[in-house]
Design a protein around this ligand. Sequence first.
Ligand code: ADE
Length: 419
Amino acid sequence: MAIKRDIANIKLAAEGKKKIEWAERSMPVLRLIRERFTKQKPLKGINIAACLHVTTETANLMRTLKAGGANTALCASNPLSTQDSTAAALVKEYGIPTFAINGENNRVYYKHINQALDFKPHITMDDGADLVSTLHKGRRNMVPHVLAGTEETTTGVIRLKAMSDDNALLFPVVAVNDSKTKHFFDNRYGTGQSTLDGIIRATNMLIAGSTVVIAGYGWCGRGVASRAKGLGANVIVTEVDPVKGIEAVMDGYQVMPMAKAAPQGDLFITLTGDINVIRMEHIRKMKDGAIICNSGHFNAEIDIPAMKKASKKRKMLRPQVEEYTFGKKKVCLLAEGRLINLSAAEGHPAMVMDMSFANQALSAEYVVKNHKKLERRVYVVPEKIDAEIARLKLKSMGTTIDRLTPEQIEYLSSWEMGT
Ligand code: ADE
């Protein structure tokens, strides 16, 4: 039977397969899970609709879920992050229904989400909560099928918690983002590297000696700040949270409001998860030639509608680089303000996605086993799963660590012993 799909070009499948296999080499934990899933089939008969960035790393997750016995369907979680060759290989080489075309417009983006929902998921797997949100808004007839969902990213977890607080969430969701083996590594080292990778691929700019303004000092902002500093940038951090502000100061960065940073920056990167962090009042103060981009989940962190309204002229200078003219000043916006790391580069390296997607695969197995005990709210990944992923990752790196001695175990569990 023909695999259902809406992709750019099936002829790209052979190229996509090679790239997926290349990524697989750096995903040893997911590979081990796939080997076990192949034998045990813990997801047998389970329909999984996934709304994730369609990358080579995601393809390896989809293969793992399929090996576990799941019927999977995949759509894109961002219109610009789809790798068309990966989508083609998913369909042709791995038999996975895929609905994703790089550059798709908003209408097609939601059409694809609905096509994934047509598979009547028992598990929803989201990156940003658009799948769950679409299901709750217009596809409520799907709710009785759903055992639970999983969520990959900070922004999605925030949306789901808001739904849960409003009593609007109709099934349990596991916040994969919140497990330690996800956000300590993917958000920090993954975003840190891939954001600069995207900026450099798009512009070929020199980071050394430039002033980089980073909006938001969460795990992603911390990662990007550290990598930009490592490449020789003068880093300015903007924050709204006083604790994160102190942390950025003590990590050695200048901290100030965006209005003060605006005239100083050569490159601006938003990673806040909030809206309109860079507005016209800031852009008007920027240097001629300043570069602005976003690495937060949604393209709402820069007030692009206001930029479009205020600009006299817009011009594409090279792929992903659009110049806006405001009077005598020109400012460049990268990748339409969408995730720069996935629009202009390939997202996080497979080495780090290995842990994120091990969390997804094991969380899917967990909800199949435990859904009857779960309520309609947001759950963290069980600590046992988190620890097991860390153990396997360390092992795959050939790194060993110490074990507690019996005396240390006793010491840690006693309260009588002091100095
Ligand atoms: N999110 C960030 N990087 C990613 C990648 N390489 N694949 C899937 N999702 C991602």
